[in-house]
Ligand binder design. Sequence first.
Ligand code: DGL
Length: 282
Amino acid sequence: MGREDRPSKAGRPSAPIGVFDSGYGGLTVLKEIMRVMPEQEYLYLGDNARAPYGTRSFDIVYRFTLDAVKYLFEQGCRLVVLACNTASAKALRNIQMLDLPKIDPERRVLGVIRPTVEKLPQLTRNGHIGVLGTPGTIQSQSYDLEIQKFFPQYTVTGHGCPMWVPLVENREADTPGADYFVEQEIRRLMRKDPEIDTIILGCTHYPLLIDKIRQYVPEGVRVVPQGEIVAESLKEYLQRHPGLTENGPSKVTYLTTESAERFGDMASLFLGKPVKAQRVEL
Ligand code: DGL
């Protein structure tokens, strides 16, 4: 698909907002972004053929994410949101520092970690923060580093939950089996720092487990999904940088590197309705 497929209202090629994830999880972020800015045009890309990213090495996540960003730029996007914590943790910094200056310094790639961290002072009372994420996100210590940079007085405790993404993707999120894994990981996190008063859901799949997570956290502990925070932050960013999007039609195109049928079907888990997707090669 070429960018000429999407003429804008003014007859010029449009510049949709690119939203990237390793697979389906970014749909939880896209859903909130579309709620906050329904008038925009979006291009969602899930690299389902190479997902999951959560257990992959730094270099591989960087390389795969860069492929996706370049692809979305070729489709006309001037702004790409990495709606994936693992990609934000392992690839964003390199792409911003090393690749964007060479590809096109006018374009932007944003992640989900910074906006979430910036919100913390409005959420925590005692500065004890828990972060739940894929093993890759937690091992990268990206949240720890970002939080320490802005709020060095905070205590950050990360914990990887390797079973949670497979639970969601295998449609087990609402089963009693999921209770076991959710309770176990919450207990492990709280054992590391019993004073935690705010838990960031640092993986785009985890909002689908939020009812169970809330059930097992101690009373008074706040559980924070990212979608809404990222969406509000993106809206403010676009108000400050209006040239990054070009008034296309208000719509979303779903692209996947795996089966379009499977994507369309699985999307209903995350969006509440099936969608029509197109398969692409990166
Ligand atoms: N979307 C990824 C994240 O937010 C999780 C899925 C994966 O491991 O690929 O970290």
